[in-house]
Design a protein around this ligand. Structure first.
Ligand code: AMP
Length: 260
């Protein structure tokens, strides 16, 4: 019997549920974990205010046909004396890793613990968190977890905004303006389809679109290799264009693969 695991931090939306339905198609038993992992939040980040919609989450998972929901306490994951941290190097130097110190160590460590407890055959992650996906794949390979990692496509709102638990932080004005992120990334894809290969010109075009939103502040915009997460200076093979944008205190990420 094949077991699939979908790790989440709750506040579930269609993005999470798309991973659940992928898992249901690939395995016999689907486990969804809900754990807001403190070790992946920085001291200035939103751990204390992270949205909690636990009862609704359970209802959605039951309706989706999930077999088991695993909601461990902090002490179950990090019992007294817990002293291990997993660091995947290289891949975590760019993009979010550069701005969220220790974030991916927290992610790798909690996923390793979840994998050891649940012992799934397959674990599913969304492409929205493309760097996280690459880091987990590397860790699972390096540490020979023997788990297949499957990736789910990015699920978006009607205006293109990538679904995220953090979208609920946005004011109505910010929410309207947040659609510039996907519009910017789509502009990049369109330019590349018309033959543009100069990375700086692609950045300029994306910035131009995102900066039409007065409430948007770009944290990073970078083209990287989709596996190594190393910066790419020439678009010769498919590359990941990733962006992080602040709207007020809310930090949103998104990405697109650019195919020359
Ligand atoms: P989170 O609860 O934010 O930690 O996300 C749990 C899983 O859902 C991660 O693998 C995310 O990449 C994935 N996910 C989050 N948002 C989306 C989305 N809009 N589309 C697809 N997957 C998503």
């Amino acid at each position: 019997m094949k077991v699939g695991l979908v790790p989440t931090m709750g506040a579930l939306h269609e993005g999470h549920l798309s991973l659940v339905s992928l898992a249901l198609g690939e395995t016999d038993r689907v486990v969804v974990s809900i754990f807001v992992n403190p070790s992946q939040f920085g001291p200035e980040e939103d751990l204390a205010s992270y949205p909690d919609t636990f009862d609704e989450d359970l209802k959605k998972l039951e309706e989706a046909g999930v077999h088991c929901v695993f909601c461990p306490s902090n002490d179950e994951i990090y019992p007294e004396g817990f002293s291990t941290s997993i660091h995947v190097s290289g891949l975590t130097d760019t993009l979010c890793g550069k701005y969220r110190t220790g974030h991916f160590d927290g992610v790798s460590t909690v996923c390793a613990v979840l994998f050891s407890i649940v012992r799934p055959d397959i674990a599913l992650f969304g492409r929205k968190d493309a760097q996280q996906l690459a880091v987990i794949r590397r860790m699972v390979d390096d540490l020979r977890f023997g788990i297949d990692i499957l990736a789910g496509e990015i699920i978006r709102e009607c205006d293109g905004l990538a679904m995220s638990s953090r979208n609920s932080y946005l004011s109505s004005q910010e929410r309207v303006q947040a659609s510039v992120i996907y519009r910017g990334l789509s502009r990049a894809a369109e330019l590349v389809s018309k033959g543009e290969r100069v990375v700086e010109r692609i950045y300029d075009a994306v910035r131009e679109v995102i900066e039409t939103a007065p409430l948007a502040t770009i944290q990073y915009l970078e083209l990287v290799d989709p596996d190594s997460m190393k910066p790419v200076s020439k678009l010769t093979t498919p590359a990941l264009l990733a962006v992080a944008v602040y709207f007020g205190h809310t930090r949103l990420i998104d990405n697109v693969i650019l195919k020359p």
